[in-house]
Design a protein around this ligand. Structure first.
Ligand code: P61
Length: 464
């Protein structure tokens, strides 16, 4: 088989800045050992997120110039609405400035005290918006998703038996919406099968529960279905995406992922009443319905991004470039969530650093050392992001998994960047026994991973 190449050539380049380890030690200490606080200019390879970090195409930049900035009835809105309708089939397309704004709107309408929202796994903003409305967010991933080393095709699936039990026990009248996140970001970027989407939809429809997709990475999910699910190998990814959306009553979307843009998102719904309520909130919090939280030029860029993301040469390269990193790390013995996900590799910090207990944040310790080693920025997805303190007992409640995510921005890095990342992580892995844990010095009340400050615990093993 021939090498799978980047299906583009590079027209504009952006230099990246090299620093020394001594400089990075100072930078990290100033940043309170939180990589969100590090200036991007002090990062060599930025794998913090795949969100809003895509390289846009020449046609998208041309769209930026084409953008119609009319307050009402912008031409760019109609282009955006047309392509989103073609792909999703939903009736009402409501532009928002990003995914969480769509979440905020839908849960302000459907959430509320005493209500329960199931999801295969809520991402943190989704959970925060559900909880802010007073409702409870229930994660119901399949059991195989919890075993990092297990290789299976659709580890992102919803546990249908658990969903059925939840509906029976809590009552369908208390479940105003059920969501499915594709791909399952908090669970390794693992895909959800078409069968699971269809069966979740059937269960919801039988019980009269609206079923929504959190569709941020719908194209990557559709490509996995094409590769892995019997019966889909000869279908186009566009047809597969159409089918995925056909089972849902609506979706929330962050265009910053599979929209291939730096900002933007939308809420889509079929129900006329729900759409009206959503637009009522939209005009107060985001903007007029034909721009929501976006400029006309942003809507042009998303419209073009949606055309490009379903290109199968792009998706082949995209999924391959992520699994390439996974294979390299695997060959070095570094434990990762298997198989590689669609947008990121997730290092298993618990398996790499068994001597650091969850309350000392092994993922944070690993992410910091990877930065010190090679100027590479990653993101902890473990007990910093999801750990809690039990309000009654004061006990530390760890996250299910202690992960470090290496999210790959779309169309940004080349194969040699990825080679370098694997080499640096290999070096860190060799000296893993010397790493020590972290302690929180200060933290905000919600989404603490963004701004919390840490300090290394000076155990005798720790030699920075
Ligand atoms: C990410 F550290 N994801 O993965 P918005 N649903 C899903 C997402 O992955 C997601 C959103 C909804 C981000 C950005 C991010 O604490 C963090 O357009 C499955 O970002 O509002 C976003 O979409 C929200 C990183 C968000 C974080 C919150 O990197």
């Amino acid at each position: 088989m021939k090498t799978i190449i980047e299906p583009f050539k590079i027209k504009t380049v952006e230099p990246i800045r090299f620093t020394t380890r001594t400089e990075r030690e100072h930078i990290l200490s100033e940043a309170g050992h939180n990589l969100f606080n590090v200036h991007a200019d002090d990062v060599l390879i930025d794998l913090l997120t795949d969100s809003g970090t895509s390289a846009m195409s020449a046609k998208q930049w041309a769209g930026i110039m084409e953008g119609d900035e009319s307050y009402a009835g912008s031409k760019s809105f109609y282009r955006f609405e047309k392509i989103v309708k073609e792909i999703t089939g939903f009736k009402h397309i409501i532009p928002t400035h990003q995914g969480r704004a769509a979440e905020k709107i839908i849960f302000s309408i459907l959430g509320g005290e005493g209500r329960i929202v199931p999801n295969n796994t809520h991402f943190d903003t989704t959970r925060a918006n559900v909880e802010m409305s007073g409702a409870t967010a229930e994660d119901l991933p399949v059991a195989e998703g919890a075993i990092p080393s297990l290789v299976a095709d659709f580890k992102g699936n919803m546990d249908l038996a658990a969903l059925e039990t939840l509906i029976k026990e809590k009552g369908k009248e208390n479940i105003p919406i059920c969501m499915l996140t594709v791909t399952n970001n908090s669970n390794g970027g693992q895909p959800v099968s078409m069968e699971n989407i269809r069966k979740t939809s059937e269960l919801c429809r039988t019980n009269g529960i609206p079923f929504f997709l959190d569709a941020c990475r719908f194209a990557e999910n559709a490509y996995f279905i094409k590769l892995r699910e019997p019966g889909y190998g000869t279908k186009s990814v566009r047809e597969i995406a159409n089918e995925m959306f056909s089972y849902a009553d609506g979706c929330t979307m962050s265009g910053k992922k599979d929209g291939l843009v730096n900002i933007g998102g939308f809420l889509a719904v079929n129900d006329d009443d729900l759409a009206q309520q959503a637009r009522n909130i939209l005009v107060v919090t985001e903007g007029f319905p034909t721009y929501g939280g976006l400029a006309g030029h942003d809507m042009e860029a998303i419209a073009q991004g949606f055309e490009e993301v379903l290109d199968e040469h792009y998706l082949k390269y995209r999924i391959r470039s992520v699994s390439f990193l996974g294979e390299k790390l695997g060959a070095l013995g570094v434990p990762i969530i298997q198989p590689p996900g669609g947008h990121a590799i997730y290092l298993d910090a618990r398996a790499s650093l068994p001597h650091i207990p969850p309350q000392e944040f092994p993922g944070q310790a690993l992410a910091c050392e990877i930065y010190l080693q090679g100027g590479i920025r990653s993101c902890e997805i473990g007990s910093v992001m999801f750990g809690k303190t039990d309000p009654a007992s004061g006990a530390f409640l760890p996250a299910k998994l202690e992960l470090v995510r290496l999210a790959i921005p779309r169309r940004v890095y080349t194969q040699s960047h990825i080679d370098y990342v694997a080499e640096c992580i290999g070096e860190v892995f060799k000296k893993r026994d010397q790493l020590g844990g972290m302690r929180i010095v200060s933290e905000p009340p919600v989404l603490r991973h963004f701004t919390a400050r840490f300090e290394p615990i000076k155990s005798k093993q720790y030699h920075p």
